[in-house]
Design a protein around this ligand. Structure first.
Ligand SMILES: Nc1ncnc2c1ncn2[C@@H]1O[C@H](COP(=O)(O)OP(=O)(O)OP(=O)(O)O)[C@@H](O)[C@H]1O
Length: 255
């Protein structure tokens, strides 16, 4: 059984069809979500995070249909979510903020202190745990965002552009953490950086204008680029361009 199963998913924002009948399934592993601006990545992640309701289709997470309130509440305890724009309380310390999220996720109070310390240590901020969030750099705040997403040891972890704002060293560390988490968790990461996909992802889903343009391993995507002679500075970039080109109507201009 897949951890996440999405069938015929449709999401509309006013006149824009952000997701147009998407069928996808995800199990444990690190799943990279790629696609041009406006492809529908954030719309998909928000529906999976149960913060947005779809306009059509079905979303099952951990075997539960999240359209129903009861199952949705149960599923939320097993979700971790880092939105693209992540709101936090600057006056809280790292410890207070992550503990607050643990409380929101209805974690049993007894284990919370240890879980908060563990999550903060995993993102490399143990020495700043009692610092106020407002005193941290942008990259560190991003790591606090990741800590709050993993504090409940989620079975489904949804990260919307988590590497934005991280420096190269932090990115390398973050990818290691992703690989570790992916061993047991269904991790879905949207990113514009093909390097994130190359090194950390077990599978790639490429969205384009609300549809799935490609699904496969990073190696298969890179191979696609090699066989078509598409544009790009790395094998994966060439694969990305080739997959988009194949999905678009013939003769259409590449954005
Ligand atoms: N609140 C909104 N109101 C109107 N249109 C929206 C809204 N949110 C998204 N859209 C539109 O829906 C489409 C999909 O947007 P979405 O943010 O899901 O794409 P994305 O792949 O995450 O893009 P990006 O890479 O730029 O973050 C786009 O055409 C976007 O303009």
């Amino acid at each position: 059984m897949s951890t996440i199963r999405v069938t015929g998913l449709r999401v509309r924002h006013r006149r824009t069809l952000a997701l147009d009948g998407v069928d996808l399934a995800f199990g444990p592993g690190v799943h990279g979500l790629l696609g041009p601006n406006g492809a529908g990545k954030t719309s998909l992640i928000r529906v999976l995070a149960t913060v947005a309701e779809p306009d059509g289709g079905r979303v099952e997470i951990l075997g539960e249909d999240v359209a129903d309130r009861g199952p949705r509440g149960r599923v939320r305890r097993h979700l971790g979510y880092l939105p693209q724009e992540f709101g936090y309380y600057p006056g809280f310390t790292v410890r207070e903020f992550v503990a607050y999220v643990a409380w929101l996720k209805e974690m049993p109070a007894a284990g919370t202190d240890a879980a908060v310390e563990r999550a903060v240590a995993r993102v490399g901020l143990a020495d700043r745990i009692d610092a106020k969030v407002r005193t941290l750099s942008g990259g560190m705040v991003r790591r606090v965002g990741i800590a709050q997403a993993i504090v409940n040891d989620p079975r489904v972890l949804l990260l919307d552009e988590p590497t934005a704002g991280l420096d190269p060293e932090q990115r390398v560390e973050f990818r290691e953490l992703l690989r570790e988490l992916g061993a047991t968790t269904a991790v879905i990461v949207s990113t514009h950086l093909v390097e994130d996909v190359a090194s950390a992802c077990t599978e790639v889903t490429l969205l384009e204008r609300g549809r799935v343009a490609y699904r496969g391993t990073p190696a298969a995507l890179a191979a696609l680029g090699a066989s078509t002679g598409a544009r790009g500075d790395s094998p994966l970039e060439r694969g990305y361009t080739a997959a988009l080109g194949a999905h678009r109507a013939p003769g259409e201009v590449t954005r």
